[in-house]
Design a protein. Sequence first.
Length: 274
Amino acid sequence: MTDLVVRRLLIDMAAPLPARWNGGDAFRSAFFSALSMSFPVGEQYFMDSVRAGLKELPEEQRQRFAAEVQGFVGQEATHRRIHSLFNGHLQTQGFDNELERRATRRIQQNAHLDVRIHVAATAATEHLTAIFADWMFRHPEALEGAQPRLQTLWMWHAAEEAEHCSTAFDVYKALQGSERWRLRLLRYITWTFAMDITRQTVRNLWHDGSLFQWSTWRSAARLLFARDGMIRGSYALWNAYKAADFHPRQQDTSRSAQWLQDNQQQYAVVARPA
């Protein structure tokens, strides 16, 4: 069980941001903006899935997980809210969030599936975000040159993703979800998420006018495919999910916990575990 604290980030999201907000780098800005564009609809799906999973548990199990799920929902709701504000600036600049429309259709088309499928999909996605968080804390230069408030936004989000990385996984296990579907959903979510982010990043770069510039793709190669880039450097952690005895808490989250400890002035605690 994990004690999850709900925090309100104390940064100004009303001030506009430049299109190339991430240090003036076209690819880093377009890529991280695509990630942000996926968050509001994704976070809502995660909240709905885990709450639905909690309702399916026997009473004793529901009581066991109730406080953690409440904290999980609280954290994801704050992520959804602040990234909606971030995305509002992108929309003002003319960036079209086609990813959100596609993801919404997919969620609606699959709404009838067994609740365990949705919880497994959430657990798989939370594994991806935990990997992302780990990589971000090892590579803060990915946000080099961004405004301090935006660096804080992304590192806070990463820290909380690491903090609640096991909630959906544990609910899925409590629902007696099968190993076959746990691994099948990992492959499906990885492919779907990668394609969604790729398509939205390309759309963002097209709108920015930097899609066909050599510097754009040099930055992409460095960020994603360098020896310890986001993709090459995260494969081992991604692959660890396949182990029969895997648990998200096996991943080292000390960097994210330390960031939360060192940056307490950047947020206000609004809810603690009962």
